[in-house]
Design a binder for this molecule. Structure first.
Ligand code: HEC
Length: 140
């Protein structure tokens, strides 16, 4: 009898854990594919299909260290643009300006960051709405 209960609880836990994982995976896929569409529409012209950037004008999005270090500010960059030359990657400064996208909602920015943060060699995981929204509140 005791053994049965233990087996039952064990099976139940497995089912719960498996369904949690697939829910997180589904969230990731939803964010990532949504972000890819917005990226093509609003970012690819400048940053390139592979996030490669353009000479000394537009920085690449392939620098994992830069993105990780400035993770909390990326949403503000995207929403309000970058006017001064503030981005320096591997000692190289970029002179172009990045336009603002004030019409993008926090959920769209979360999707974009999940796409950029997990493409071009980056592995930052899902950047959820709650996180993007909290970071955006700092620059509003
Ligand atoms: C008109 C060209 C242009 C467009 C469109 C554009 N960017 Fe940028 N982006 C730039 C430039 C130029 C910089 C560097 C600005 C500086 O330091 O003065 C930059 C910087 C960045 C940075 C920080 C530096 C880096 O390389 O990691 C990120 C992240 C970024 N852009 C993401 C995006 C995303 C996401 C979009 C789409 C919503 C986008 N950009 C649209 C030109 C552009």
């Amino acid at each position: 009898m005791k053994l049965r209960i233990i087996v039952f609880i064990g099976v139940l836990l497995c089912v719960i854990i498996a369904s949690c994982q697939s829910e997180a995976e589904q969230d990731f896929k939803r964010y990532y594919t949504g972000g890819a569409i917005i990226y093509k529409d609003k970012c690819q012209n400048c940053h390139g299909a592979k996030g490669e950037g353009l000479s000394s004008l537009i920085p690449p999005l392939t620098d994992t260290a830069y993105l990780k270090k400035n993770k909390a500010e990326l949403g503000c960059f995207i929403k309000y643009g970058i006017k001064e030359t503030i981005v320096t990657i591997n000692g190289k400064a970029f002179e172009g300006a990045m336009p603002a996208n004030v019409d993008l909602t926090p959920i769209e920015i979360a999707k974009l960051l999940t796409y950029v943060g997990n493409s071009f060699g980056n592995k930052m995981g899902t950047i959820a709405f709650e996180e993007a929204d909290a970071d955006l509140a700092k620059c509003e």
